[in-house]
Ligand binder design. Structure first.
Ligand code: ATP
Length: 346
């Protein structure tokens, strides 16, 4: 498969501040790529350099095999979607979507066909004469998405496109994004700080922290084999147990921490088969499962379970860690268990 998007040896500074430094980034055609990182990690800088809205100090940007580093945004085949929709308030839905084609002086018939095609994909038929303020946030973002796609760009670039929407709409719109990207066979790059959104949408996730790429891979790779403590904890749903407690678990103390995901611990009122006894301090009922928070040796642990089996707040419970699923970290890096001869650390 050929790369549709490449960045090589990119460096971007603002004064003395390093905002982005990356050696190599490549996304294949038809990939849904997600750039994930905390605030200030360089995500928007990466996207703006891809879009041609910001020039890198060094390095190159290649789209569809063509070096576009020196080209302004409007000469790159990119569609842009921003967090705040950025629609023209005085134009109708139809006029907003048509705008990139109107400016490029396409014929009215041609524009009409393409606008209606996208109104259909975005389920906005019947809304075309409304103004942005007459639409919900989710509808406005679908208009912005249609506008970004109307000229069939080589790459769709989206900066936090779902962050202004409430939780339910956000999840609905995730479906639109992924379905549209699949239907049109486009390469998408989506920037977010939300790990769940990244996991739900990405074929490939790139984790950024402090201007650097921490890890790139499929959601499954990043989730099950995070390279660093940062990647493991940023994806969430993990308990970190500090080194002092490791000998109690039969593990040498020369690791900084042990990580265990919330679904890889089970709890039982039966306490005879474990040395780990904890006290339940909180139970969150999520409708389809529970998140139990407990205290163990001065540390808080979270456990996800489908069934409480008689466990209440304040229960003393036995804690059973699935030792085959633990992660061990030293100097901020995950050490594969096999390397340490810890096949059965329990
Ligand atoms: P957020 O999620 O908060 O938007 P981000 O990961 O998108 O964060 P960037 O917007 O890429 O981060 O910014 C990376 C760093 O570069 C930040 O510390 C930011 O303050 C700095 N920065 C970005 N643009 C400029 C600028 N024009 N001038 C000076 N510093 C900037």
């Amino acid at each position: 498969m050929t790369s549709q998007f490449e960045m090589h040896n990119i460096r971007k500074t603002f004064g003395k501040f390093l905002a982005l430094s990356l050696d190599n980034l490549e996304f294949d055609q038809k990939t849904y790529a997600v750039i994930l990182g905390p605030s200030g990690s360089g995500k928007t800088t990466l996207l703006r350099i891809a879009a041609g809205l910001e020039s890198p100090d060094t390095g190159s940007v290649v789209i569809g095999g063509k070096d576009v580093t020196a080209l302004p945004s409007w000469k790159r085949s990119v569609g842009l979607v921003f967090q705040n929709y950025a629609l023209y308030p005085h134009l109708t839905v139809y006029e907003n979507i048509a705008m990139p084609m109107t400016v490029a002086r396409y014929t009215n018939d041609y524009i009409k066909t393409h606008v209606h095609e996208l109104l259909d994909v975005m389920e906005l038929e019947g809304q075309e004469n409304k103004y942005p303020k007459q639409l919900s946030g989710g509808q406005q973002q679908r208009v912005a998405l249609a506008r970004a796609l109307i000229k069939k760009p080589a790459i769709l670039l989206m900066d936090e496109p779902l962050s202004n929407l409430d939780a339910r709409v956000r999840i609905d719109l995730r479906d639109y994004l992924k379905e549209t990207q699949r239907k049109l066979g486009i390469t998408a790059i989506h920037v977010t700080h939300d790990q769940e959104e990244a996991m739900a949408l990405g074929d490939q996730i790139v984790i950024l922290n402090k201007a650097l790429v921490i890890q790139s891979g499929t959601p499954a790779e990043i989730y099950s084999k995070p390279k660093t403590l940062f990647a493991a904890s940023f994806l969430g749903g993990i308990n970190l147990i500090s080194s002092e407690l490791l000998p109690d678990l039969g593990i040498r103390k020369d690791f900084d921490a042990l990580g265990v995901r919330i679904q890889d611990i089970s709890l039982s009122m039966e306490k005879t088969n474990t040395d780990m006894i904890g006290k339940v301090i909180n139970i969150q009922y999520l409708g389809y499962q529970y998140i139990v928070t407990l205290e163990f040796a001065g540390t808080r642990l979270r456990v996800r379970t489908d069934n409480l089996n008689g466990i209440n707040e304040n229960s003393e419970v036995g804690i059973y860690i699935d030792m085959a699923k633990i992660m061990l970290f030293r100097d901020g890096n995950r050490i594969p268990i096999e390397e340490e001869g810890l096949e059965s650390p329990a």
